[in-house]
Design a binder for this molecule. Structure first.
Ligand SMILES: *Cc1c(COP(=O)(O)O)cnc(C)c1O
Length: 420
């Protein structure tokens, strides 16, 4: 079930006029769907005191979307200076923002601590001495190594560059305490696009076990655990949905048990990106060419600059042809962009209804890690972003890139270093 029937019904009648008005290609996001998923998340965790979602800004870093997150009461998970700026512009302050960087630079620390600060989530024990001023509240990202398995996007924990190793964790908190930290959290982010709720429940259990043990060892009462993002969405029609109610209820149960045993309980934070916005975005692109050689190609006016996931991970994105119903005798085609890279394909050997030049394709589930991951290789420009509002009007929320944008960094003061 890639695109919800609600989104489809809201969007499809508008599409020919939108293509006329704005031109193609564009990503379009569904405010109703985003708010529904936000509400579902809150409902699922209603039994968990202090639960908060910190939306992973990198998934869809657009101010109009971040304002919706603000209205939902969500915080922001950032890992760069740009994402910090966007979050603060959207109204995020102090502990509304979690800064989960890795291989962190001095500039990033300064930006994270400026403007009211944020919750600093440190990626390594060596960074403790590099934090210019240790904030009162600090968190570490935990990497369990061989104790847990991951997946293709994020890699197995043992091979992942992120986080503090198991045997370093106690020293990390001790050191942070020595530098003045007084309040503590524990974070992890292990899987990506994981549709099995049990995996996330195991993560909750793992973090609770750890804070119980570390808490005793270091005389710390942890304020929160952050179970990371990585909740999956059904990209393929046959994929099952992530059971967020199950995760919320199991989390509430585990916390209840924890409280019984220890007399206190941490708050629970999460930082999903994909789950919140992924299904509520579509890349709309127009068919511009047909080519029949050894395979049949459908050429469209978008390319990898708008959506990297198929080329980068071989990821499946469901495609519909506007106004055409799939049938048993549909031709098998590759849907391609114009970039000079043979992985610039939105679909490989996919059965699609026969298309003509001018047809509109809906490439689905582009509401997370879609536009944001686009790149400019080959001088290809990123497309515009639109937002389908609850009231039915459609707003431009980012214009398309122009060649002037692309060449902006070629205008600079001459600067030459001549060796003596
Ligand atoms: C990318 C990322 C997320 C969000 O991942 P999703 O798969 O979109 O939920 C959350 N936390 C961190 C640290 C990340 O790097």
């Amino acid at each position: 079930m890639p695109m919800s029937s609600g989104f489809r019904q809201r969007l499809e009648p508008l599409l020919p006029a939108l293509a006329q008005h704005f031109g193609t290609p564009f990503h379009i996001y569904d405010e109703v769907g985003i708010r529904e998923t936000g509400a579902l998340l809150k409902q699922a965790f209603a039994g968990v005191p202090g639960f908060r979602e910190y939306y992973a800004v990198k998934a869809l870093p657009n101010p109009a979307i971040l304002r919706i997150m603000q209205e939902l009461g969500f915080g922001y998970d950032c890992s760069s200076v740009a994402e910090l700026q966007l979050s603060r512009q959207a109204g995020g302050r102090g502990e509304d923002i979690m800064f989960t960087s890795n291989n962190t630079t001095p500039d990033e620390f300064e930006a994270a601590l400026a403007d009211g600060g944020c919750i600093l989530n440190l990626d390594d024990i060596s960074l403790i001495d590099k934090v210019p001023r240790m904030p009162e509240l600090v968190c570490f990202r935990y990497n369990p190594g061989p104790a847990r398995s991951g997946n293709v996007i994020i890699g197995t924990p043992e091979e992942a560059k992120y986080g503090v190793a198991h045997e370093q964790l106690a020293s990390a908190f001790r050191k942070a305490k020595q530098r003045g930290a007084r309040r503590f959290g524990l974070h992890t982010m292990l899987a990506s696009n994981e549709r099995n709720a049990d995996y996330m429940v195991q993560t909750v259990q793992m973090l609770l076990d750890l804070i119980a043990q570390l808490g005793q060892q270091l005389s710390i009462r942890f304020e929160f655990i952050n179970i990371g993002g990585g909740l999956g969405i059904p990209y393929r029609p046959e994929d099952g949905a992530f059971d967020v109610m199950k995760l919320g209820q199991a989390t509430a149960t585990l916390l209840g048990e924890f409280k019984q045993r220890h007399g206190w309980q941490p708050k629970v934070y999460m930082e999903s990106g994909r789950y919140v916005t992924g299904p509520h975005g579509v890349l709309v692109t127009q068919v511009i060419n047909h080519k029949a050689i050894y395979r049949n190609y459908v050429g469209v006016d978008a390319c990898m600059s708008a959506l990297m996931r198929p080329g980068m991970y071989g990821a499946y994105h469901h495609i519909d042809v506007l106004g055409k119903t799939p049938g048993a005798s549909d031709p098998v085609v590759d849907v391609v962009g114009s970039l000079c890279e043979n992985n610039d394909k939105f679909a490989v050997q996919r059965a699609l209804p026969a298309t003509q030049d001018g047809d509109l394709l809906l490439i689905q589930d582009t509401g997370a890690h879609g536009h944001a991951m686009g790149f400019n290789y080959n001088g290809r420009l990123r497309p515009q972003e639109l937002l389908l509002r609850e009231g039915g009007q459609v707003e431009l929320i980012r214009r398309a890139e122009t060649l002037q944008d692309h060449f902006a960094t070629l205008a600079f003061q001459p600067d030459v270093y001549r060796p003596a």
